[in-house]
Write a protein that binds this ligand. Structure first.
Ligand code: HEM
Ligand SMILES: CC(C)=CCC/C(C)=C/CC/C(C)=C/COP(=O)(O)OP(=O)(O)O
Length: 305
């Protein structure tokens, strides 16, 4: 067989390039929220079924990442943060990413249907559709509200996990959705504040590009205020308890304080310390979400209300 790569000078793809298409770092937290949604649900799931369900949700999440990278290859090639991804760097072709994404989608959805139930499988298919078509193809290049509306895709996984166990939806799973939904804007916009040039260059209408940093800073603080009541409310439902509530109160106080500091900063101060506060709030956002879901898990083990 002729190795075309040897002639066209394109770098050879390695296994890790195909893994990178699945966005494993982001998806690890996505999958953790799905696992917690499944595990704290009031219907006990056999550990093997739980394992398979989480595995197929992870596969579906990865598939959506590959499809996102297939469509966004032109944007990724322009932004410094994403230039080294497998497609823009030439190690993987767009066609390969599309094939991998579609193939994994079919496998993940079918297998989740067989392992758990078809409601959960349909929900997974809808989530992949939402991230790829609604967010990536439509909203991302069209409106600065892209990540607010599109963020729903990232908020569905705990509901999918819950649906695997219960076959349905409940106030608890809706509040887990709300927790991630209202968390996404401060999570992303904190990063956009110190990555604005990237989005500007790529012509992506992120809020920092269309409305400027001062407006983005106010939005970040506003969303931390909207988020807190939902985080606390979740603690008052049957999956909550004193451990979760204590964690939620501390984390929300810290996140609101972080949002406040970001809002009060002027641009010169931020440039002077290379966006140290914004970077800290972005990092805090990752701990915020992980620790809320970890607290739900611990609360489940020690006993809920
Ligand atoms: C529309 C919604 C979202 C947007 C636009 C967004 C955007 C981003 C961006 C641009 C990064 C930097 C990634 C990089 O360095 O390549 C990031 C990092 C991250 N995001 Fe999000 N995010 C969203 C939702 C989520 C959700 C729902 C989760 C998990 C539940 C999540 C978890 C993470 C994690 C864990 C990282 C750190 C990855 C690393 O360390 O490389 N994100 N996010
Ligand atoms: C189970 C399942 C299907 C889960 C999907 C979860 C999901 C939608 C996660 C999205 C998180 C994410 C990487 C957003 C990045 O936005 P971007 O694509 O604009 O970021 P980029 O610039 O880094 O590509």
């Amino acid at each position: 067989m002729i190795d075309t790569h040897a002639y066209d000078g394109a770098p050879e793809a390695e296994f890790r390039d195909y893994v990178a298409l699945l966005k494993p770092r982001v998806m690890s937290l996505v999958v953790f929220t799905a696992f917690v949604g499944l595990w704290v649900a009031p219907v006990a799931v056999h550990p093997f079924v739980a394992f398979c369900s989480v595995l197929f949700i992870a596969l579906g999440g990865g598939a959506s990442g590959a499809l996102n990278m297939w469509y966004d290859a032109d944007i990724d090639a322009v932004m410094r943060r994403t230039q080294k991804r497998p497609i823009p760097s030439g190690r993987v072709t767009g066609g390969e990413a599309l094939g991998l994404g579609l193939g994994l989608t079919v496998i993940a959805v079918m297998m989740l249907g067989l392992a758990a139930n078809w409601f959960a499988a349909g929900f997974l298919a809808f989530t992949i559709f939402f991230y790829v078509v609604i967010y990536t193809i439509w909203l991302k290049r069209w409106t600065p509200q892209n990540i607010v509306i599109g963020g729903a895709a990232g908020a569905f996984p705990p509901m999918i996990g819950w649906a695997c166990a219960t076959g349905g939806i409940s106030i608890e799973s809706l509040l887990m959705f709300a927790l991630i939904f209202f968390w996404t804007p401060p999570h992303f916009w904190a990063l956009a504040l110190f990555m604005k040039e990237d989005y500007h260059k790529a012509g992506v209408p992120m809020l920092t590009v269309t409305h400027g940093r001062a407006v983005t800073r106010r939005h970040i603080f506003g969303y931390t205020l909207v988020l807190a009541p939902f985080a606390i409310w979740l603690g008052l439902t049957p999956v909550g308890g004193p451990v979760y509530l204590a964690v939620a109160v501390v984390l929300n106080a810290l996140f609101i304080l972080g949002g406040w500091r970001v809002m009060r900063r002027n641009e010169d101060a931020a440039i002077a310390d290379d966006y140290a506060v914004e970077k800290r709030v972005f990092k805090l956002s990752l701990y915020y979400l992980f620790l809320h879901f970890l607290a739900l898990l611990v609360q489940h083990w020690v006993g809920t209300w």
